[in-house]
Write a protein that binds this ligand. Structure first.
Ligand code: G1P
Length: 276
């Protein structure tokens, strides 16, 4: 059972400047909820009640978001506005939040390694909050992966097919189909060119990792963009037969890009209208 979920949230969010000049990109709202809250709700649904967040400078509002806001709550107490805080209160009541700062921006692998003290010696989920996932048909993506972990007991990356022109934006896997939508990963490469890419199966921002990953990350040299890449560390595990890739049910919105962000906003707005 996966109980901890790590949220790397120390990046600069340069694609959303100036909005992200003083505000973390994880706090950008889709309709009226910040991206990171969608992620935490997905983790909670998957059974994780220990939320570990890797932050950096300018990220205080994330900590404040998952904390009580006395003045505000006094102000709206007994009014119909209380309804708006129900979702976040439920999360705060049932989850614990811990934070650590990544003080140098040395890549996603480095961010995950920074979380070691919060995770310890157990398997854990990783959610990149700017990949917003929605499964209207049933379980959220991390829940689907957590179920799969019970069967395979190894690292799992969520994947989706992308257009070949897009492979250079993602970690790309090479694998052998084990069953429908599940691959045994033999190798993986971070942001390859079309020529280098072994497939068009792209890793999205959902992982289940095993604690061995920390030792591997410590030894992983800087890769693409001079950063320590989780894809490179997972490659080591893949060579030991310990990584599977899972084509998840649902849809991912790349809210790290303006187009994806606008698309998600439209879809979630429609959903909120239909719910009323
Ligand atoms: C990161 C990972 C990449 C993965 C992507 C998913 O890249 O390095 O392997 O495919 O997240 O969103 P980033 O988007 O941070 O450049």
């Amino acid at each position: 059972m996966i109980q901890k979920c790590l949220f790397p949230a120390a990046g600069y969010g340069t694609r959303f400047l100036p909005a992200t000049k003083a505000m973390p990109k994880e706090m950008l709202p889709i309709v009226n909820k910040p991206l990171i809250q969608y992620g935490v709700e997905e983790a909670f649904e998957a059974g994780c009640n220990q939320i570990a967040i890797i932050t950096g400078r300018n990220k205080r509002s994330i900590e404040d978001h998952f904390d009580i806001s006395y003045e505000l709550e006094q102000e709206i107490k007994g009014t119909d506005k209380e309804y708006y805080l129900e979702g976040i209160r439920k999360i705060m009541d049932r989850c614990s939040f811990s934070y650590t700062r990544q003080n140098e921006m040395k890549g996603l692998g480095h961010a995950i390694l920074t979380g070691e003290t919060l995770i310890g010696n157990e398997a854990f989920g990783v959610i990149l909050a700017d990949d917003l996932c929605l499964n209207e048909q049933g379980m959220g993506v991390l829940s689907q992966m957590s179920e799969l972990y019970k069967r395979y007991q190894c690292a799992i990356v969520a994947i989706e097919e992308v257009h070949p022109s897009q492979v250079d934006k993602y970690g790309i896997i090479q694998g052998e189909k084990l069953e429908n939508g599940i691959y045994q990963v033999s190798s993986m490469i971070e942001k390859p060119s079309i020529q280098e890419a072994p497939s068009n199966l792209a890793i999205i921002g959902r992982y289940i990792l095993i604690p061995e990953i920390f030792d591997i990350l410590r030894k992983t040299p800087a890769g693409k963009k001079g950063e320590i890449q989780i894809t490179d560390a997972l490659q080591t595990l893949a060579h030991q037969g310990k990584v599977i890739a899972y084509q998840f049910q649902g849809k991912r919105y790349d809210c790290g890009s303006v187009e994806g962000f606008v698309e998600a906003t439209n879809v979630f707005y429609q959903r909120s209208q239909n719910a009323n």
